[in-house]
Ligand binder design. Structure first.
Ligand code: ADP
Ligand code: MG
Length: 254
């Protein structure tokens, strides 16, 4: 099962959600692959001990069909979680692949070689709706949309939903929105409650029951190359991401 974590807004918790949901599922005993499609490579950097020692990266695999994706998959420090080696070179994908007739299918094709080995493949995406994100949406069965609990949170949602519809029409008819997760939630403010109401009006039952609160521990953990489950296992962030992972697994089944 392949799940793209997408929202073309930056700073809404895509990477934090990708890493911690992937870690939570792996810690439940499943085999998980995290594919980092963001040229900033924060998912890779935050989970793989020494990504610099790899010569090749996901960019090379997407550019050249003779490169094997196995060669750019690393074990993370979490048992059961593997992660793609992604580097800043990913930023060259769009200008390099732009004219190729199968440009949007490169990730889907590359994952064919390994998808049977994993229970879940999660794809972290960059804050754009360009070719990189389209590769993720073409490869995925499901989309998980993190939405930051903030005043302008729904700005751009129309573009995202329109893009999803276009991908369904042209390349991936079975693509489904698995759900929406509210991130960076601060329950003390009236604004946060108002924002939840607005998100619920747009997404209805797609809204996950568990919200991710704003938390210093979640903000700190990537700097120590740890998921929240080793950095602060009894924190509220760990509890919430575990619940989001459970909800994701049960929604993906039904
Ligand atoms: P995106 O991938 O959508 O750009 P990130 O996951 O990188 O978003 O999050 C943006 C910033 O907010 C990062 O510095 C991250 O550490 C921080 N952050 C994410 N989620 C939380 C949270 N629940 N509480 C506090 N800080 C968070
Ligand atoms: Mg990110």
């Amino acid at each position: 099962m392949i799940i793209a974590i997408t929202n073309q807004k930056g700073g809404v918790g895509k990477t934090t959600t990708s890493i911690n949901v992937a870690a939570a599922i792996a810690l439940m005993g499943k085999k998980v692959l995290l594919i980092d499609m963001d040229p900033q490579a924060h998912s890779t950097i935050s989970t793989v001990a020494n990504p610099g020692k790899y010569e090749k990266s996901l960019f090379d695999v997407l550019m050249n069909k003779n490169e094997k994706i196995e060669d750019i998959i690393a074990h993370s420090n979490i048992p059961g979680l593997d992660v793609s080696i992604t580097k800043i070179s990913m930023a060259k994908l769009e200008p390099s692949l732009g004219g190729e007739f199968d440009a949007h299918y490169r990730l889907k094709d590359a994952l064919e070689q390994v998808r049977g080995r994993y229970n879940y493949i999660l794809i972290d995406t960059p804050p754009t709706l360009g070719l990189i994100t389209l590769n993720a949406l073409v490869a995925a069965n499901f989309i998980l949309i993190p939405i930051q609990s903030s005043y302008l949170c729904l700005e751009g949602t129309d573009d995202l939903l329109e893009t999803i519809e276009k991908v369904k029409r042209i390349a991936n008819p079975h693509l489904k929105v698995l759900g929406v997760v509210i991130t960076l939630y601060d329950k003390r403010t009236n604004l946060a409650r108002d924002v939840v109401q607005r998100i619920r009006t747009v997404f209805g039952s797609k809204l996950f029951k568990t919200f991710i609160s704003k938390s210093v521990k979640l903000e700190e953990s990537p700097a120590y190359k740890e998921s929240i489950f080793t950095y602060a296992p009894s924190s509220i962030g760990a509890e919430q991401y575990r619940k989001v992972a459970e909800e994701l697994m049960s929604r993906a089944k039904s």
